[in-house]
Design a protein around this ligand. Structure first.
Ligand SMILES: O=C(O)CCC(=O)C(=O)O
Ligand SMILES: [Fe+2]
Length: 290
């Protein structure tokens, strides 16, 4: 279990929370998004013009499937407003110590019984190929209750401090796996935690934090919304399928609930896993997923 940060009124990251992030490599803020916003997110999936139209299925290292939607820019729909909201973006900027831009966003849709695992990895294990510094952050937001049974995130607390470790391309898949001998050794010194979360809880994760999620063998769906940011000073040195520096237009937190756009995804630039991944030319297929 993880400790969750509780707050009242408008959320502001404090020095104490920042220290926790620096020490542990992540923080979880309880109810940073409320039930109304989660209900708005679900509306994105309604009807034939919903965001699912842009989904694609991948085969994972365990032979099972995961459904994803991935795009470069936040856009103007409800998910974009969340990704551009001050409470998310200002928190990332304070945690990374400077301006950030939207690197990519994604929905990771783990369906009951069938969804595959994410092997142990650091997000920077993928991203270092295009970005010089680990000045990058992932914001993970469950849309369903995420528990041990339905494949919540698991982390090795404090493991971001070991720096980027080697990753091995997963055979025939787009995942890449952190060196398992090192994971076993790290487990002896970094507590292995299950991040059980409610919809509305938000996890901010340093890009070198080691994490995984198991297959979903349960009969409960586990869908999650994820926004990833790069520090403006760390703009990718190679153009690839995630965004290069683009000024992020922040919006006040109130803009999320005011947003009624559930269908117009223009500007997001969805990632097509087959044709839109220029970096396949430069790197093994294992580099294109994350
Ligand atoms: O949602 C999950 O299970 C993990 C996703 C993840 O770690 C990633 O996409 O890098
Ligand atoms: Fe990840």
């Amino acid at each position: 279990m993880v400790d969750k940060i509780k707050f009242e009124g408008e959320f502001e990251l404090t020095d104490e929370m920042k220290k926790q992030f620096d020490d542990d490599g992540f923080i979880v803020v309880k109810d940073l998004l409320d039930k109304e916003v989660i209900a708005q997110m679900w509306k994105l999936f309604e009807g034939p013009d919903g965001i699912l139209k842009h989904s694609y299925e991948t085969t994972e290292p365990d032979g099972r499937k995961i459904l994803r939607v991935m795009y470069q820019h936040a856009g103007t729909d409800v998910s974009g407003m969340i990704s551009r909201s001050e409470k998310i973006v200002n928190t990332c900027e304070k945690l990374l110590g400077g301006e950030v831009y939207h690197y990519h966003g994604k929905f990771i849709l783990k369906n009951p019984k069938e969804a595959g695992s994410h092997v142990w990895h650091q997000d920077y294990g993928y991203w270092y190929r295009h970005n010089l510094f680990p000045d990058m952050i992932t914001v993970w937001m469950p849309m369903d209750k995420a528990t041990r049974q339905n494949s919540c995130l698991q982390v090795l607390k404090g493991s971001h401090k070991c720096g980027r470790i080697d990753h091995i391309p997963g055979k025939g898949t787009m995942q890449t796996e952190a060196d398992l001998d090192r994971i076993e050794a790290l487990k002896k010194v970094c507590p292995h935690l299950y991040c059980e979360m409610e919809p509305g809880d938000v996890l901010f994760q340093h890009c070198n934090l080691l994490h995984t999620s198991s297959p979903n063998d349960s009969d409960m769906r586990r869908w999650a919304f994820v926004a990833c940011y790069n520090k403006a000073s760390n703009d990718s040195f190679i153009k690839h399928h995630h965004a290069s520096y683009t000024k992020l237009e922040k919006v006040p937190n109130s803009a999320i609930k005011e947003c009624k756009n559930y269908k117009d995804f223009s500007g997001k630039e969805f990632t097509d896993p087959i044709t839109n991944m220029e970096d396949r030319k430069h790197f093994p297929p294992s580099s294109v997923q994350g």
